[in-house]
Design a binder for this molecule. Sequence first.
Ligand code: NAD
Ligand code: GLY
Length: 362
Amino acid sequence: METLTVALGDRSYPIHVGRCLLDQAGLLTPYLQQRKVAIVSNTTVAPLYLGRLADPLRRAGSEVVEVVLPDGEQFKDWRTLNSIFDKLLEHRCERSTTLIALGGGVVGDITGFAAACFQRGVPFIQVPTTLLAQVDSSVGGKTAINHPLGKNMIGAFHQPRVVLADTDTLNTLPDRELRAGLAEVIKYGLIRDLPFLEWLELHLERLVARQPAELAEAICRACRNKAEVVAADERETGERALLNLGHTFGHAIETGVGYGEWLHGEAIAAGTMMAAELSAALGWIDRQDVTRVERIFQRAGLPVRGPDLSVDRYLELMQHDKKVQDGKLRLVLLRQVGRAVLSDAAPTITIRKAIANCSGHG
Ligand code: NAD
Ligand code: GLY
């Protein structure tokens, strides 16, 4: 097991990455404030792993409330959030009851938001079971639900007490989900860690083939990047925005085609191609760099073109981005491969061309 730390003063917390961690109640019990805990999962993950997590906790003396949500991005909404509150109240959960999110980013985001709101804030723990959640969403305390007009529009910052990433859970993850997770792994290389990008270029096929040593190394290197960024800029007043490479375009794709149609990581891959195309149009990177970005996503089996929404529709959806300031789009772009910047330098006509070049059949 490797342990990293998110350094946030008295709210610092460990990220444990390794095999066979789910059964180790001792990794969680130091963070529980009372006997009662609520594990929130979904209809896919619960049959696979809820018992593995809950039974050792029960044996260690916890009373475990189980909350099982429907599976899917389309359920990351008010109605499902409310169903969590219903369960917590029915079971008389209290202000010191810890919520444990067991699942991918959807379960993690909605459980974290429930924990931020329930009785004005209760402790929570992340037990991520997708690659995407292990390398990104479980770390950093961003929690949210979707709104029909925009992704992750309603949410709060609420840090977990501990993150437990059991890499064995990835053995049951569908291929398409594993590939989607690789989009967020590649992101760290593109925005701030060129040596990691070069390592990924050397080991991509082994990652797609789920070689345990390579997966563990990729997860740790990704989490180290995320932990550094979050420690430096928890509330996204600066550097943290760079973690959103491809996300302004990607969130527009997810909302535009309907939540759950494109996986988050797939939308981010196509969105990152738009950002790369735009960076080249501004003269910041060259065509070879764009091809390099395209090549790594293709090798990961990810889409490099967005869906065939009209450019006007992309732009309309992108206006809901949380980085928009005074109505002006601010986009994460590549100053070079391995160094991202937040910029409002791109003229609308150039943004339009980048979207058109990287979407539909254009
Ligand atoms: P997801 O949570 O929908 O999980 C993907 C699918 O895999 C689901 O069907 C799930 O039930 C299933 N699954 C999960 N673990 C499994 C396992 N071990 N074996 C078999 N099946 C398993 O999707 P995701 O890609 O994990 O997360 C995407 C979400 O994360 C999006 O809503 C996105 O907005 C959010 N996100 C949040 C942050 C953040 O900082 N909070 C960062 C990135 C993404
Ligand atoms: N996934 C983006 C962030 O955590 O800031």
